[in-house]
Ligand binder design. Sequence first.
Ligand SMILES: [Zn+2]
Length: 126
Amino acid sequence: MRHCNSVFSASDIWFLLDRDDCTKRKLYIANCPICNKEMALYSCVDANGEYFEKYYYSFGAKKVKERLKKDVTSTMLGFKTKYKMPSGFKYGENKEIKKNGKIIAIEQYSCDFWGNKILVKKIENG
Ligand SMILES: [Zn+2]
C-alpha cells in the first residue's frame, strides 16, 4: 500500500465473497506508518477481467470496512492465528523491486498456499 511517498504492507487483508460482476475481491487494511492515517485498499477483478483498485482514507476507510464486513470469508490475520487452510484460499503478496537501495517498482502477486504465484500487477514507483 502507498501513502506519504512510502510503500508498506497491509496489516490485514480481508478476502471477500465473489459477486457476479467482480471476483477476487479483497480489502487491504493498514495505517500509514508515516502519518498514521487509517487506510483501506479495495481490489477486485471485474467481469471483463480488468483489475480494479481503489483507496479509501480515514472516515472513508471506516465506512468501506463497515460496508464489506458482511462479505468477509476469511482474513490474513485470521489465517495466521488459526492456521486454517480453506481450499482455494489465496492471498496477495507484494514484492519490492529495489535498485541501489531504492524501491523502483512493486510487483503484486496472487498466491496460494501450494506455492503457486501469479503476477497480477506491476506498479512503477515514481
Ligand atoms: Zn501517510
